[in-house]
Design a protein around this ligand. Structure first.
Ligand code: MG
Ligand code: MG
Length: 251
């Protein structure tokens, strides 16, 4: 079932997501060689709790941390660790969720650590652009798969591939609500998009093949071919004026 949010509920969800943006502002300058992913997690949790919100991933199906931190060939759901130290040239996906006043926020960015190679720069740029292509396609009156079609067309035009095993989702009083929002598909298909839907649009784009596998920790998804992956995510509300990004970064 798709839940349609009132303007008041969307305002609360904007707060949920702006808490993520605030935490991200604290984290961004910390993302340098030598920092552990555990340190990033600690700061994110502190910032989230300082706004009377709760980290949404911690305890979700048993996930142990505030952040999902996924480095290089890790696609999503990496677990922060004191032993995981950022290295110059890494790309690191930082995914964060919050719960505030009964609603969820969810957003992710992939960062460069120090100096990254040209191929990695292109992967990050194209993945972020793919997310915005998907967001622009999320218009009331349009179709659900318009989003994935726009993501896929952009990513594949640069020779990258779209991960199939994980998808975007509706979000609201639960972290994952209907509908699922694939990052691939055919324009003009899928349910009609309506004002009041709130969606997390989150392409995961690979340098190589789309196939992924889960590591023995039961969480970390990695590319099967060992090539790098990037992930960007915004929670957006569909309004009369079109898609509105709730998790927009603060500059
Ligand atoms: Mg997320
Ligand atoms: Mg999500």
């Amino acid at each position: 079932m798709i839940s349609i949010k009132t303007p008041e509920e969307i305002e609360i969800m904007r707060v949920c997501n702006q808490i993520i943006a605030k935490a991200r502002k604290e984290l961004a300058p910390m993302i340098v060689p030598g920092v552990s992913t555990f340190e990033l997690d600690q700061v994110a949790e502190k910032v989230i709790r300082s706004y009377d919100a709760v980290p949404a991933f911690k305890g979700y199906s048993g996930f142990p941390a505030t952040l999902c931190v996924s480095i290089n060939h890790e696609v999503v759901h990496g677990i922060p660790s004191k032993d995981r130290i950022l290295q110059d040239g890494d790309v690191i996906g930082v995914d964060m969720g919050t719960i505030y006043k009964g609603f969820y926020g969810d957003s992710a960015v992939t960062y460069a650590v120090g100096k990254i190679d040209e191929a990695a720069k292109k992967l990050l740029k194209v993945t972020e652009e793919s997310m915005y292509c998907g967001i622009r396609a999320a218009v009331p009156g349009g179709h659900l798969f318009d989003i994935g079609a726009a993501v896929q067309e952009h990513a594949e035009s640069f020779g990258f591939s779209v991960v199939r095993d994980f998808v975007g989702h509706g979000i609201g009083r639960a972290l994952h609500e209907d509908p699922q929002v694939p990052n691939y598909g055919t324009k003009g298909y899928g349910m009609k998009l309506k004002v009041g839907m709130v969606l997390a649009i989150e392409p995961m784009i690979n340098e190589g093949r789309p196939d992924v596998k889960i590591l023995e920790d039961g969480w970390t998804a990695v590319t099967k071919d060992g090539k790098r992956s990037a992930h960007f995510e915004h929670s957006i509300a569909l309004t009369e004026r079109g898609p509105e990004i709730l998790s927009m970064d603060i500059h």
